[in-house]
Design a protein around this ligand. Sequence first.
Ligand code: PEP
Ligand code: MG
Length: 592
Amino acid sequence: MTFSIHGLAVSRGVAIGRAVLVASSRMDVAHYFIRQTDVEAEIKRVRAARNQVVEELQRLQLSISQMSPKDAPPELGALLDVHLMLLQDTELEAGIKRWIVERLYNAEWALTAQLDVIVRNFDEMEDPYLRERKGDLEQIVERILRAMRGVANPVAVSPRSTPKNAAQDLLLDDTVDVPLVLVAHDLSPADMLQFKQSVFAGFITDVGGKTSHTAIVARSMDIPAVVGARTCSQLVRQDDWIIVDGDAGVVIVDPSPIILAEYSFKKRQLELERGRLSRLLNTPAVTLDGEKVQLLANIEMPEDAQVALKAGALGVGLFRSEFLFMGRRGNLPDEEEQFVAYQRAVQDMHGLPVTIRTVDVGADKPLDASTHDAAHLNPALGLRAIRWSLADPAMFLTQLRAILRAAAFGQVHLLIPMLAHASEIKQTFAHIETARKQLDKRGLAYGPIKVGAMIEIPAAALTLPLFLKYFDFLSIGTNDLIQYTLAIDRADESVAHLYDPLHPAILQLVAATIAEGHKQGKEVSVCGEMAGDVSLTRLLLGMGLRSFSMHPAQILAVKQEILRADAKRLAPWAQRVMASDNPALLLSGGGI
Ligand code: PEP
Ligand code: MG
């Protein structure tokens, strides 16, 4: 039966495919695709683990049978019988095999996927005794997973670690040509990054806001996505056909043929629109009245620099370096590893500027998915970004040295996140100086850098003279500026309706930062999601913004808006929008 689920539209486009539910069980397992040639080995691996658990339980059964009746709890024997029966159930084995053979899931993933299927069937059972067997099944799956950890040592096939990866194999493999849509309760930004370059045609999560970092990564992957879909991962079943409408924020499950035809048509239209936009690739971004606009890219990993260049970016306006630090289980990248990563991005941009932001972990960007900050009530107000760096000078100096060294290979701008206090500014510059001295002492080459501040805390936007005194440029992080000005958690879907880039307070802070920076002859850009939102391009131009940094996939659509705009006429209109009680209304009128 067709039904729809409404969430938040975070990444444009339409995806149609089979649902892949991940991590919906409470077990933390790796999800990766195996190669076709590894199918047999993977089936053997799970079978060996299952047999090992069967032997363990049989041994236990034997030892119970040898106990005196008063020591042997009768319920334990019955429980072991049930577990052994479930373990030898053919449905479990056949299902696991199917996920491995047909979908090329790794054994652990296949096991938990099949667990989901069986658990659903249990849930629907009338008989309470049988319904309760669900818990037993989960226990035996956990046992098998534990046995697998001991039997073999699977290494996750990371699409980034091998030039020709499993995901590419999967794409080339015509036995698995069904598009897949990933459905999860939640995905950390690091998890999401793992799926970059993977086969998924779309993403859906139950939680998350429009500018949560998971949503940002989905957008950067240019794959249709819906977040904040509430109970989606409970309503959708493994392998359901599913449509993701990333423009409307709607998920359609089990679509009827008519709906499917309609969305296939919409998908083709969007592809045609993209084709048309690609003609603007080499057109300079200049308004009708001759104002030049700089279009830069936001990237997460060094290899994204090439994508940015191909998308027509004239530089990197934001390299979120924290993604190098995430999912490392505490094993943070050393100076050499970071240097190589930054150098690669710098060299790939062939002399165009690369703005490297120092690490910004914390809040909805934990270092590891499992280290969500539960200890503090408001992690977004806690030890995040520059606060984290200043709290760990050795780590900060390591990063600064790596960035300074990469600057010997091209134009590097250093960007500092989450500054609010004069003391933080002073400490930051003192550390930059120390890093230079350390490199001098070691005789290592480094290059000149411009240093910029993110304006993303209202306190910073309200004390611009202080920032302009020290920094060469400013970059407005509207995602956090909105979060902190309006007191709206950007990752919380329950308050997503209040997360409003057009709130007059936001418009005033953004406009004032642009105006004040330009008055002092300093470059100001916007690198938050507002920069890539085509419905806001004219307004930002009218405020005087001439440098936009966004996901590479948005660059051409924003460029099209710029080419059609008359900046001189937009300036007075932008003033009217800002003075209005209802800026959204004026904006939807299309302006001038
Ligand atoms: C921002 O806050 O707008 C920004 C660009 O930084 P991040 O989204 O990484 O917090
Ligand atoms: Mg930010």
